[in-house]
Design a binder for this molecule. Sequence first.
Ligand code: AMP
Length: 508
Amino acid sequence: MNNSANANLFSRLFDRLDDPDRLAIETLDGQRISYGDLIARAGQMANVLASRGVKVGDRVAAQTEKSVAALVLYLAVVRAGAVYLPLNTAYTLNELDYFIGDAEPSLVVCDPAKADGIGAIAAKVGARVETLGADGKGSLTEAAAIAKPEFETVSRGNDDLAAILYTSGTTGRSKGAMLSHDNLASNSLTLVDYWGFTDKDVLIHALPIYHTHGLFVASNVTLFARAAMIFLPKFDPELIIKLMARATVLMGVPTFYTRLLQSPALTKESTAHMRLFVSGSAPLLADTHREWARRTGHAVLERYGMTETNMNTSNPYAGERVPGAVGHALPGVSVRVTDPDTGKELKPEQIGMIEVKGPNVFKGYWRMPEKTKAEFRDDGFFITGDLGKIDDKGYVHILGRGKDLVISGGFNVYPKEIESEIDAMPGVIETAVIVVPHADFGEGVTAVVVCDRKAKVDEATVLKGLEGRLAKFKMPKRVIIVDELPRNAMGKVQKNILRDTYKGIYAK
Ligand code: AMP
C-alpha cells in the first residue's frame, strides 16, 4: 500500500527518476527511447487525451497493434487519471460491440483500417474515435507529436481504477476486471523484488500488450526496475535466441518455450547471458521444464496469475523451481485451497478450489455487482475458479479449471491427473482431457492426445497404458489422436473448442 500524496501508478513509476537518459525501450527498427523520452511522450499523449475531452475516471478503449506508441497510450491514460481498457486485436466488430457497449468509453483508439466499423459502434455510446496503427502512425500520434510534453499527473487514490481488462470469457460473457492503481503498482513492486530485477536487466518483450502478462507483468516490472526492454512486435524464436546474447530475461507463455526448444540454435552457449526465464498464463508441461533445463542449464521459473488478481504465486528465484508446480504465494498474498461445496479450508495435499487474497486482487467486475459478490468469500478471498492443491512444501499445483472437473458416477475426476498419466507415455507430446455429454453416463471423460508422428500411438495403446494406473471411473471413454491442440494467443488450450468439436461423439 502506498501512502504518498499521489497513488497514481504513473507517479509511483516515475516521480523519482534519477537518470532520465537511461534506456527504457528499444525496437527492431532502431528506436531507442529513454525514460525521459517515455515520460515526455506520455505527457504529450495525456495532453491530447485531455483535449479530446477524456476526464478522470473515463474509460479509454484501445484495440491497437503492439507498438511503443500503444504502450505510451496506456501510460498516458493512467497518467490522465482515466481507465485503460485494452482489447485483444483478434476481436471482431461483433465482439467489440459488446465490450464498447458494456464499458461505455469516452474514447476508442483503433487501427486506421478499422476506424469506420468501430466508429459506428463507438457512436452508439457517444465515444470519440482516434487512430493508431501498427507503425505507430495515426490521428492520435499526429496530435501528440505537436502537443506539449508537460502534464501534471492526475492525483489518484490507491483504490481508484487504472485499468479494466476483460476476461477471456470461455464460460459465458467476458467480464471486465476492475484493477486499481495499487493493484498494479504493488504487484509489480513485489515481482521486481522477488525475481531480482535491477537496472542492469534487459527484457525480451515478445508478449502481446492487451493481456495482463505482457502489459502489466512484463512492462510494469521492467519500468519499475529501471531496466530496459527490447520490444518485439511478435514472437519469433530465431530472433529471440539471437537477442539472448545481450538480454537477461524472457517472459513467455509455455508455447514460447516449446517452440524455442524446436530450434537447434537453443543451447547452453546461446542462453549463457540470460539470468531468468519466466513462464505463465497456461501450464508449462513438466517435460518442457526438464528439457529446457537439459538444453540450456536454466530452470524455467513458473508463476501463476490471472487477469483478476495479477500474480499470485511464483516458484522461488533462489530456491528449487519445481516442474509442474507454480510455487509459493507471493509476499503479501494469501493463498488457500477450499472444499468447493462447503468453502472449508483443506489440508496440504488435498485438492480443492484455489482462493486468493491480497493487494493484488481486483476491485470487482465492471457493472456486475452480483457476479462480484458471488466470486468473493465474506472474509475477502477471491474464488479463482482454478482447482489445485498446496503440497507439503507449500508449493501450489494447479489441476485445471473448476469447469473442467468431470463428475463421473458421483466421483470427482481431475483432468490434470489423467493428462499427466497420458503425457508420461512414450510417443505422447501432450493431452487435453475434456468432458463430453454421454448418453449413458451423463458425462464422458474424453482424452484428446497429440503424439509424435513417428511414434505409433493410437487409442488402444493409450487405453492399454492406462490400465491399472487409473481407477476405472477415471478411464477415458474415448481417446482421440490429433495433430495439435487449439490454443489462444496466450498459449492456453481452448478446451471449449474441443468440447464443441467432440460434443456429439457419445450421442445415441
Ligand atoms: P488470464 O486471466 O487470461 O490470465 O487466465 C488466468 C488463468 O490462466 C488462471 O486462472 C489459470 O487457470 C491459468 N494459468 C495462469 N498461469 C498458469 C500456470 N502457471 N499454470 C497453469 N495455469 C495457469
